[in-house]
Design a protein around this ligand. Structure first.
Ligand SMILES: *[C@@H]1O[C@H](CO)[C@@H](O)[C@H](O)[C@H]1NC(C)=O
Ligand SMILES: *[C@@H]1O[C@H](CO)[C@@H](O)[C@H](O)[C@H]1NC(C)=O
Length: 115
């Protein structure tokens, strides 16, 4: 690999870091369903480390499967992608940053699987 390539790669890495440090506008929503915000629509802005968060709420149905109930969107300082179980409630969390309103797409992806 030539020196030129190495410099290009370094430049790419630096610009990636630079863009990730930029604030991202996240969507805030209390109840997000089928790609639309039904309640509490707003914006929040991340700066430095915080991320946009998507939390999908599922309820265990009598038929024996997890049914999507609603999705909540917000900003958070500490976000970890995980599934948490509270009895018959499952909360599935996604985190993102770097693209404005990126957190709305995680709600849509899950929506497609669960309807
Ligand atoms: C959210 O941001 C958009 C543009 O980024 C703006 O037009 C809109 O008014 C904002 N909404 C709220 C509730 O702040
Ligand atoms: C299910 O969604 C409705 C709003 O669509 C909400 O009022 C209710 O609290 C949700 N249930 C759970 C267990 O999150």
């Amino acid at each position: 690999m030539g020196k030129f390539m190495v410099i290009l790669l370094l430049l790419g890495a630096f610009s990636l870091v630079f863009f990730q440090a930029q604030a991202t506008v996240c969507m805030v929503c209390k109840s997000f369903k089928r790609g639309h915000c039904l309640e509490g629509k707003s914006n929040c802005t991340t700066k430095y480390s915080p991320r946009c968060r998507t939390r999908n709420f599922f309820i265990f149905s009598p038929a024996g499967r997890w049914v999507h109930n609603h999705t909540e969107l917000d900003c958070t300082k500490a976000c970890s992608a995980e599934n948490m179980y509270f009895g018959s409630l499952k909360v599935s969390t996604f985190c993102c940053k770097g693209e404005d309103f990126c957190n709305r797409y995680h709600g849509q992806v899950v929506k497609k699987d669960s309807y």
